[in-house]
Ligand binder design. Structure first.
Ligand SMILES: Cc1cc2nc3c(=O)[nH]c(=O)nc-3n(C[C@H](O)[C@H](O)[C@H](O)COP(=O)(O)OP(=O)(O)OC[C@H]3O[C@@H](n4cnc5c(N)ncnc54)[C@H](O)[C@@H]3O)c2cc1C
Length: 424
């Protein structure tokens, strides 16, 4: 069946990026369609769970400024919708200057950039950290930056959804895109129910499933992106009710061993009381190479990795006062990881009316990325215009396989692939 309506934009994927994009483009007057394979707000993609970090703490000036720009848009959005989307608790970074760069940047550089940009940054001694954050036997000083906070994920997703609808976007769930025909004037997508839709432009915002969708484009050359899928675990732990505020803000510990990065969130007002999310900032379960994300229907074996929970429990036993070292519950979320921890936000080569956005720790950048996606899609902007060449689809990045990254192997983020056979 063909839908007769001609859309300006079809967004494939109704997670955080898809919903933010739909809202912004619809607000700019475009006729927008969102197709989501599952139900909106499901927890099996990258946008599951109830909280994310908003942080300006990055090791490059460009990323810090980008986060500050995003924060301004978040605040405007809060005014527009009359909701508090971010809870600005601040963030403590503490640990070793010898820690290796990871998802949270480089410990020392983060502080240097903050000071260079004259953002508030309060030094805390190890004694102050022990007293105020109930974290013990770690033996490191740190710095606290107030311009950071916890993001209310369920409210943000529902706000984008609601505002997109108010701006007359059409949002359809249980509509898995199974093929895309692209020419320079239009994109026709077919979904699993047999329905087809046509739009002038297309945004692919399918998170860890991006490669599955790219291979459904019915023309050559075929492209895949060079990411590894991290099956990330998150756990919640009971905190001592006698302690009023176990963590006055979010915290990140930078240890010296490989991947020795741990974080904690304070219990949030929109979550279960006296439960803190604490975790290891990496993942044991990873899918490498150009293998692709599993079909949601095949995900029964994708349960939180025991090793990841054990690492966190050990850390809590040794260092977290007032926290019971047994997870009350754990979940998992898939994350498409490019070796430089950044997103891809760019047009697809040969198909310049198709924009792809995936990966990175992107929740904090949502409203900014939605504006950039709009400008790339409808205003012929270039990545240079947006100062986001670092998100280019044709860049190189450290190999997402950590063994190869250790040997400093760089790989192209975009891979031209003749083969369409991948296990799904
Ligand atoms: C555990 C974890 C912690 C994180 N922490 C932070 C943080 O603290 N701060 C931060 O800024 N970022 C963080 N991130 C990153 C952030 O959550 C993601 O960048 C963001 O949620 C990505 O949203 P998305 O829309 O790209 O992906 P998703 O939410 O996965 O959405 C993609 C959607 O596409 C749909 N889809 C797939 N295939 C099809 C198809 N064929 N047809 C139609 N629809 C399809 C899927 O069902 C899904 O709903 C974290 C990520 C994880 C996993």
């Amino acid at each position: 069946m063909n839908s007769k309506e001609q859309y300006d934009l079809v967004v494939v994927g109704g997670g955080a990026i898809g919903l933010a994009t739909a809202y912004h483009s619809a607000k700019m007057g475009k006729k927008v369609l969102v197709l989501e394979a599952r139900q909106f707000f499901h927890h099996s993609g990258s946008s599951g769970d109830i909280m994310r970090m908003f942080r300006i703490l990055y090791s490059t000036r460009q990323e810090v400024e980008r986060a500050i720009e995003a924060l301004k848009i978040w605040h405007k959005l809060e005014e527009e919708c009359g909701e508090k989307l971010l809870w600005m608790t601040g963030q403590l970074n503490f640990g070793s200057e010898k820690s290796t760069a990871g998802a949270q940047g480089e410990y020392k550089k983060v502080k240097e950039v903050l000071e260079h940009l004259k953002r508030p940054c309060i030094s805390l001694s190890k004694e102050e950290i022990e007293k105020e954050f109930h974290l013990t036997k770690l033996g490191y000083d740190g710095y606290f930056s107030p311009d950071n906070g916890v993001m209310n994920v369920p409210l943000i997703l529902r706000t984008f959804y609601k505002l997109a609808r108010q701006n007359l976007a059409t949002l359809i769930e249980k509509a898995e895109v199974t093929s895309l025909k692209v020419d320079n004037k239009s994109v026709t997508v077919t979904v699993n129910t047999g329905e087809t839709y046509t739009a002038k432009k297309c945004v692919i915002a399918c998170g860890a499933h991006t490669n599955r969708v790219l291979e459904k484009i019915e023309s050559r050359p075929k492209y895949q992106l060079n990411y590894a899928i991290w099956n990330m675990v998150y756990d919640y732990y009971a905190t001592d009710p006698k302690i009023d505020s176990i963590y006055p803000g979010m915290w990140v510990f930078f240890g010296e061993g490989e991947d020795a990065l741990y974080y904690g969130f304070p219990p949030v007002p929109w979550g279960p009381p006296n439960l803190a999310k604490i975790g290891w900032e990496s993942a044991t379960q990873r899918i490498h190479g150009t293998e692709i994300a599993k079909n949601p229907a095949d995900r029964v074996d994708l349960v939180p990795a025991k090793e990841d929970v054990q690492k966190t429990v050990k850390f809590i036993k040794e260092h977290c006062l007032g926290v019971e070292p047994y997870p009350v519950y754990s979940g998992n979320c898939v994350h498409p990881h490019f070796g430089d921890h950044k997103a891809v936000l760019d047009r697809l080569p040969e198909h310049t009316n198709v924009v792809v956005c995936a990966g990175g720790w992107s929740f904090k950048f949502l409203p900014l990325y939605a504006e950039w996606i709009y400008r790339l899609t409808f205003e012929d902007a270039t990545l240079e215009d947006l100062s986001c060449e670092d998100l280019a689809i044709n860049r190189t990045a450290p190999n997402p396989d950590p063994q190869k990254a250790k040997k400093r192997e760089q790989v192209s983020v975009l891979i031209e692939s003749e083969s369409t056979s991948s296990s799904s």
